[in-house]
Ligand binder design. Structure first.
Ligand code: HPA
Length: 246
């Protein structure tokens, strides 16, 4: 059985009791926080707080390489990434859990590859299906075991942040085929693929995207929605079966 890592984003800092800590120093730099061991019921996993502990590192300043490398050094071979997102599809309600199967990367200026120096020579990765594999299937099985609704499929548009989008940007994302918008799945997903790790994003819809509703998006409401939704995320993760990673 191989080791699972969980990368927690906004609203997902203290979901689990934590045990031993791992090393946060890597040859790429410092991970956002020390990974900590958590108990998922049927299995142990390593949890890493993507924005640091306390939550302070903006999406464009996260050292995604160090985070992936720190988890890999602990034996992690499968990653569940928790991502707070806005809805681009009007039919997606705040609080919905979604398992995207595609992404479009709109970020810029982020350090986005391990193939960056003589010690890590150029390697091209195949990335047609950025989220695929046993972790994703395991999440679907866990959702059904936990009786938690998890919408299968969707395209995650990854924006630079930390500001939210304009209404026109969300309209463009919709025209491009995105159904969700968030700030953190890239370069994380691609770096995981470069590192040979299986990676799935479990998205929590925090709000309707900019322009989908008449009122402005409330940041306080985003935090309230995420806090409520995390109970379902925990219930789902606690039914994640080690057999799905065998
Ligand atoms: N846009 C980008 N990222 C987000 C949003 C959003 O509307 N909500 C939560 N994360």
């Amino acid at each position: 059985m191989s080791m699972l890592g969980v990368i927690g984003g906004t609203g997902a800092l203290d979901l689990f009791e934590s045990g031993a800590s791992g090393n946060s120093t890597t040859r790429w730099g410092q991970a956002s926080a020390a990974p900590v061991q958590i108990d998922l019921g049927a299995m142990k996993a390593w949890f890493l707080a993507r924005h640091g502990r306390p939550h302070r590192i903006p999406p464009h300043r996260i050292d995604y390489r160090a985070n992936i490398a720190a988890l890999k050094a602990l034996g992690v071979r499968h990653i569940i990434a928790l991502n707070a997102v806005g809805a681009v599809s009007p039919e997606l309600e705040a609080g919905a859990l979604v398992l995207p199967d595609q992404l479009i990367d709109y970020t810029w200026g982020r350090v986005h590859t391990f193939s960056d120096d003589a010690q890590a020579p150029l390697e091209h990765i195949e990335f047609a299906d950025p989220f695929a594999g046993p972790t994703r299937s395991g999440l679907l099985a866990a959702a059904s075991a936990a009786d938690v609704d998890l919408l299968e499929g969707g395209c995650y548009g990854v924006t630079q942040g930390p500001r939210l989008e304009t209404a026109a940007e969300v309209a463009r994302l919709a025209a491009d085929g995105c159904t969700l918008v968030g700030m953190t799945a890239m370069p994380e997903a691609a770096l995981a693929r470069e590192a040979g790790l299986d990676y799935a994003s479990l998205c929590v819809v925090a709000n309707p995207g900019a322009g989908l509703e008449d009122e402005p998006i409330s940041i306080d409401e985003i935090h309230r929605v995420l806090q409520r939704a995390m109970q379902r995320v925990v219930a789902l993760l606690q039914r994640f079966s080690p057999e799905s990673l065998a």
